[in-house]
Design a protein around this ligand. Structure first.
Ligand code: DQQ
Length: 468
């Protein structure tokens, strides 16, 4: 099958995002080994370059950016070696700087084993290590559900890695190893084991890092990326808080890195929300989230869109100080399928407030972002996002409360079929919608049970990023 080229996909397809990072064509899933290297952001990703589906041996795609917004595609960094430990796929992993030698640790399949590759100074050429697999099996005596997705870091004395796993019958686990040289590894103990009833039985894509005076462990499980914030002492992790990086049901396998300014930046895979035939017909699958800057005050994980995304702001509109009475209010100056919306809403006497996007003029299609104060819940509803029979329909959300006197502060990004919502820097909802009508571009506000007050609602046309 010949691959469609990127520009034909972009012009013909009104569901293909234009501002988020994607490969030129075909399949992408997890972000892999993001690294800030010689002043530039390198992003690797799980990629099937032959088809818009998760089939065939997985590779590491690669792109580089100076500004987190515009990207240059680079050659595939890792592809399976016939007969090698990664013959059936180079799965997820991380990239580190080993005293100037760029080094990737990733999972080869099948079976799941851990491998090393070292890179040229520009990160374009990669050599697999002759000692691969450097970890050939899970720790003896542990009955595991999986063994993949290494996350490596350096401490004073040695290298450490956590590997995504799970203990059968017990729960997901992040298994901790130590190494003097990234080649010979000694198993220590689980960094953390969860309970299968609440946090699943297999933890994929662990990511472990210091943030403020705490440590954070991310694990991807049950269709989402969970976070734990806690203390890391003597190579043991003591979680104090647990949360969810995204309630929208479409954000997964999130992975972070530090940039030159010391910011902790998070990427996630935004998966598709339509059936296999529709995905294959489109010729592309998977979108990288916008980069999020992480922070914490110790009690929550804060997440904000990277300020660099302001470069994507085009023509703007601003509305100030108006009421939303019970019912719907059409914002007739504002429309689009590529839009950033920033709103400050005081729910006032309203029990529930909402923002409707991708609305058809006759109401036949709409996507709802809503907050209910009494329920303490925020959600995104895509049950009526599209008239097409090919799409997923769901309501996804999670707990969310406003503090006394606090407004609902929304940043919403619409990029064709991607919706990313940031609420008060502490709740995110990412989803996919595929309106069938090209005129499903209207925006409305809603209130029920009382009147809400909007102090500011500002929008910008979202400009296409340069991705070539
Ligand atoms: N995707 C990778 C695995 C990982 C999963 C394979 C998470 O390494 O566990 O593409 O989406």
């Amino acid at each position: 099958m010949s691959s469609p080229n990127a520009s034909s996909l972009q012009t013909a397809d009104h569901h293909r995002p234009l501002s988020h990072f994607m490969p030129p064509a075909n399949w992408m899933n997890d972000p892999n080994g993001p690294i800030f290297w010689k002043g530039r952001h390198h992003l690797f990703y799980q990629h099937n370059p032959k088809e818009a589906w998760f089939s065939g041996p997985m590779c590491w795609g690669h792109a580089v950016s100076d500004d987190l917004v515009n990207w240059t595609h680079l050659p595939i960094a890792l592809a399976p070696t016939p007969g090698g430990p990664d013959k059936d796929g180079c799965w997820t992993g991380c990239a580190v700087d080993n005293s100037g030698v760029p080094t990737i640790m990733y999972t080869g399949v099948h079976p799941e084993v851990q491998c090393i590759a070292t890179g040229s100074d520009d990160l374009v050429e990669w050599q697999k290590h002759p000692a691969n697999p450097v970890i050939a099996q899970p720790p003896p005596g542990l009955d595991v559900t999986g063994f993949r997705d290494p996350c490596v870091w350096r401490e004073d004395d040695a290298w450490y890695v956590v590997i995504g796993s799970g203990i059968k019958g017990e729960g997901g686990a992040a298994l901790l190893y130590r190494s003097p040289d990234l080649i010979s590894w000694e198993y220590l103990h689980p960094l953390l084991v969860g309970q299968k009833e609440s946090t699943g039985e297999m933890w994929e894509c662990p990511d472990f890092f210091p943030l403020g005076d705490k440590h954070v462990l991310l694990v991807s499980v049950l269709g989402t990326t969970l976070y734990f914030i806690g203390a890391y002492r003597d190579h043991r992790f003591y979680p104090e808080i647990q949360g969810n990086t995204d309630f929208g049901g479409s954000f997964y396998a999130a992975k972070s890195y530090l940039d030159g300014a010391g910011r902790r930046i998070l990427w996630g895979w935004i998966w598709e929300g339509r059936n296999e035939d529709a995905v294959k017909a489109a010729g592309w699958a998977g979108v990288m989230s916008f980069p999020r800057i992480l922070g914490t005050d110790g009690s929550i994980l804060t997440m904000e869109p990277a300020p660099e995304l302001r470069a994507l702001r085009g023509a703007s509109e601003k509305l100030e100080n108006f009421a939303v009475a019970p019912g719907e209010l059409l914002l007739d100056r504002i429309s689009g399928d590529s839009l950033e919306i920033s709103a400050e809403i005081d729910p006032g006497s309203a029990e529930e407030v909402g923002l409707k996007v991708f609305c058809a003029p006759d109401g036949s299609e709409e996507t709802i972002i809503a907050f209910n104060r009494a329920e303490g819940r925020i959600w995104v509803n895509r049950e009526r996002s599209s008239l097409s029979p090919d799409v997923h329909r769901s309501v996804n959300g999670g707990p969310f409360k406003l503090n006394e006197g606090e407004n609902l502060s929304l940043r919403v990004f619409l990029d064709k079929s991607v919706v990313e919502v940031f609420a008060n820097r502490r709740a995110c909802l990412t989803t996919r919608v595929y309106p069938s009508r090209q005129d499903s571009v209207h925006v409305k506000l809603t209130a029920s049970g009382g009147t809400a007050h909007v102090s500011r609602l500002e929008t910008w046309k979202l400009l296409p990023a340069r991705i070539e």
